[in-house]
Design a protein around this ligand. Structure first.
Ligand code: 5RP
Length: 227
C-alpha cells in the first residue's frame, strides 16, 4: 500500500462521520478528493442522503458538482455538524498546518462554522512539532516585504509562492525554518499582523478527530486519534 492508497482509505473512513440528511463542510486537497469520490460512490450505491456541502475551494466545488452533490454558499447556513479536511501537518493535540493547496482562508471559514473538524491524513502528516512543512500564509501583497521581515525575526524565511492567486485573489507566503512550539499563541500573534489575511496554523480550529492512514506490514489501516 502506498501513500495514495492510504488517502483513499481515510477518504472512505470519513464516510462514517457524515450524518445522513445534513449539510457537511468539505475541505480541499488530494485526500479530500478521495473523500468526495467515496461520498459520491456511497450515495450512488446506498442512496445515502446528504443535503449538500459547503465547500472550501473552487476545486472542491467543481468536484462535488460533477458528482451531482449540491453546493451551498457559506452564508446559506448557520452552522455545520462536521467539517472534513486534510492537513499538511498535524500534531498530537490536533493542531495543524494547512494551506499547501492555497485554500487556507476558506478552509478556516468553513471550519469555523462546524462543530467538529475531522482531519483525514496519511501518517506522513503526523508530527511532534509543527513547522517542518513550509507554513502557508495568505497575505495582501502590499505587506509582503514587512511580513517577510517579521517572519525573519522569528527565524523563518518567507518566499512568495510564484504564480499562485488564491480563490480570494490573495497571495501566499511560504515560511520555512519555523518551529511552532505553541501553535495557539503563534496563530494569535501572526493573525494580528497587518496584511495577513490568514495564517495556516489551525489551533483555534484544531481537529477533534484525525483519521490517520498508516502502513501495517504490506497492508494499510486507519488509526483514529481523538483530541
Ligand atoms: C489545502 C490544504 C490541504 O488540506 C493540505 O494541503 C493537504 O493536502 P493533501 O490532502 O493533498 O495532502 O490545506 O489548502
Amino acid at each position: 500500500m502506498n501513500q495514495d492508497q492510504l488517502k483513499h482509505l481515510v477518504g472512505r473512513a470519513a464516510l462514517d462521520y457524515v450524518p445522513a440528511g445534513q449539510i457537511i463542510g468539505v475541505g480541499t486537497g488530494s485526500t479530500v478528493d478521495c473523500f468526495i469520490d467515496a461520498l459520491a460512490a456511497r450515495i450512488a450505491e446506498t442512496g445515502l442522503a446528504v443535503a449538500g456541502a459547503v465547500s472550501s475551494s473552487e476545486r472542491s466545488t467543481q468536484r462535488l458538482q460533477r458528482h451531482g452533490i449540491h453546493v451551498l454558499d457559506a452564508g446559506e447556513v448557520t452552522g455545520l455538524g462536521v467539517y472534513i479536511d486534510g492537513a499538511d501537518e498535524i500534531d498530537g493535540q490536533g493542531c495543524m498546518v494547512k494551506g499547501g493547496g492555497a485554500a487556507l482562508t476558506r478552509e478556516k471559514i468553513v471550519a469555523d462554522l462546524a462543530e467538529r473538524f475531522v482531519c483525514i491524513a496519511d501518517e506522513s502528516k503526523l508530527v511532534q512539532t509543527l513547522g517542518a512543512f513550509p507554513l502557508p500564509v495568505e497575505i495582501i501583497p502590499m505587506a509582503a516585504a514587512q511580513l517577510t521581515r517579521r517572519f525573519a525575526a522569528l527565524g523563518g524565511q518567507a518566499t512568495l509562492r510564484a504564480g499562485v492567486l488564491t480563490d480570494n485573489g490573495g497571495h501566499i507566503l511560504d515560511v520555512r525554518g519555523l518551529s511552532i512550539t505553541d501553535p495557539l499563541a503563534f496563530e494569535t500573534e501572526v493573525n494580528q499582523w497587518p496584511g495577513v489575511v490568514t495564517v495556516g496554523v489551525f489551533a483555534r480550529h484544531r481537529a477533534k478527530v484525525c483519521l490517520l492512514g498508516e502502513m501495517r506490514g504490506g497492508a494499510g489501516g486507519v488509526r483514529t486519534l481523538t483530541f
